[in-house]
Design a protein around this ligand. Structure first.
Ligand code: HAM
Length: 427
């Protein structure tokens, strides 16, 4: 027989019990987002390619090298979404959302796709929980969003002391353009030290050179002009207000005047959070975001300030050291029928409990699996609290044998009272 074709590289199956850890994170994140008055948005995973080219940016790594782009059967270029902001803005503009809700708060959860070099914490299909907030440009909003993000991380069990919250401001687009010119002049003076990649970026997107990992360029960058220092008083003052509101909210942060983000749409405040928790290694940036006050307008909407973030779910989960099993709810009751007739008798009873929301497993397999010892072993493996044993005697008397597996006790319970008794025992 031919081997099964393997799953796509960098795209994972998420099986139980691991999936319980995901559900835990998703539930916690939703809880916090809903408390901050965000509402869920669901958009398709496929978009026409120009959306990403015009928002994320034509000369970003994401668009240049990482998108899954192909022509659909109508010959139109489509791409699997590499991130969620572009789709949210498209939906916002296409639906004229500003008419319905001048202040719109949306969140989303779902898969994103980037053809990166796959390694621990870096996948080709990964998942984000993200939020986008349209219509407010007050510095207090930036602080609120960062504080919300920290709350999500704390709720999932990452201590605040393990988080490093890094901020910078890119100022207004005009200021960034002036900075870009200053940067080009600086790198031009040091052309001899630039590698091939940086020389190319010098032509296309010089800010990205600041993000280079090459040791020579990192050293050179120490003497490069610093954006935060070149900003107007107005931009500096705005940024100062963001940090003042973070102080009010008791959110600790560090300023990194060299922080640049890999996506082109940002203006003013940008941020990233790294963690020292868990097993993340080099990929320890678990979330990032910032303001993008010009993006709605550049995609043909009215001028609308906006800010957002996205948290990488895989990376956040790698930071949580508890084993996946501890997130899984165990089976509550294991039904152990001793033969086929007992199974027929037990099935409607088990059904009743299940309809009442109790987590029940029942052994359906034939006689060889119906040995009591084997069944109790399986109940143990499933971490069942109770086992209900049903054989000829139980059918004849109408009393079921209920074994409390945690305490090792046993009782006879009339079939009709089983549900209430089980509730009692489980409490
Ligand atoms: P991003 O920084 O590109 O921002 O991604 C956010 C987070 O997604 C990262 O911090 C990381 O945890 C996770 N992530 C990104 N790429 C991968 C990958 N290949 N494998 C695993 N995890 C990954 C955005 O996507 C923006 N849309 C955030 C935003 C929303 N800005 C404004 N609104």
């Amino acid at each position: 027989m031919a081997d099964v074709p393997p799953g796509v590289k960098g795209m994972n199956d998420i099986l139980p019990p691991e999936v319980s850890k995901w559900q835990f994170l998703e539930e916690k994140a939703r809880g916090v987002l809903e408390a901050f008055a965000y509402r869920e948005l669901r958009t398709p995973v496929l978009e026409y390619t120009p959306l990403f080219v015009r928002s994320v940016g034509e000369v970003t790594d994401v668009v240049e090298k990482q998108m899954y782009t192909f022509d659909d059967r109508d010959g139109r270029s489509v791409s699997l979404r590499p991130e969620g902001t572009a789709s949210a803005v498209r939906a916002y503009v296409e639906r004229a959302q500003w008419n319905k809700e001048p202040v719109t708060r949306w969140y989303y959860l779902g898969p994103m796709f980037r053809h990166e070099r796959a390694q621990r914490g870096r996948l080709r299909q990964f998942h984000q929980v993200g939020a986008e907030w349209f219509g407010v440009d007050q510095p207090s909003a930036d602080a609120e969003m960062i504080a919300m993000l920290v709350t999500i991380l704390e709720e999932i069990g990452l201590p605040r002391s393990s988080l490093q919250i890094v901020l910078n401001s890119l100022g207004a687009p005009e200021e960034r353009a002036a900075y870009r010119d200053a940067l080009v002049a600086f790198y031009d003076d040091h052309r001899g030290k630039l590698d091939e990649d940086s020389l190319r970026r010098l032509q296309t997107n010089p800010l990205r050179i600041l993000d280079s990992k090459s040791p020579e360029i990192v050293a050179l960058n120490h003497s490069a002009p610093v954006l935060l220092e070149t900003l107007s008083d107005q931009s500096k003052d705005r940024f100062h207000q963001v940090t003042a509101r973070l102080d009010d909210l008791k959110v600790p942060y560090t300023l990194d005047p060299r922080l640049v983000r890999g996506l082109d749409y940002y203006t003013a405040t940008i941020f990233e959070i790294k963690t020292t928790a868990g097993e993340l290694g080099a990929q320890n940036t678990i979330c990032g975001g910032g303001r993008y006050d010009r993006l709605v307008e550049s995609l043909s909407g009215p001028p609308t300030p906006a800010i957002g973030f996205a948290l990488g779910i895989e990376r956040a989960l790698l930071a949580l050291s508890e084993p996946a099993e501890s997130f899984e709810s165990a089976v509550s009751v294991f039904f152990a029928p001793m033969d086929a007739a007992s199974l027929a008798y037990a099935l409607p009873i088990a059904h009743r409990l299940r309809v009442a929301g109790i987590r029940v497993e029942i052994e359906h397999r034939p006689a060889s699996h119906k040995n009591l010892g084997n069944q109790l072993k399986r109940a143990d493996k499933l971490r069942a609290r109770l086992a209900v044993i049903i054989g000829g005697n139980e059918i004849a008397s109408g009393n079921l044998t209920v074994k409390d597996l945690a305490h090792g006790t046993q009782s006879e319970i009339p079939a009709a009272d089983l549900e209430s008794k089980i509730h009692q025992l489980l409490d």
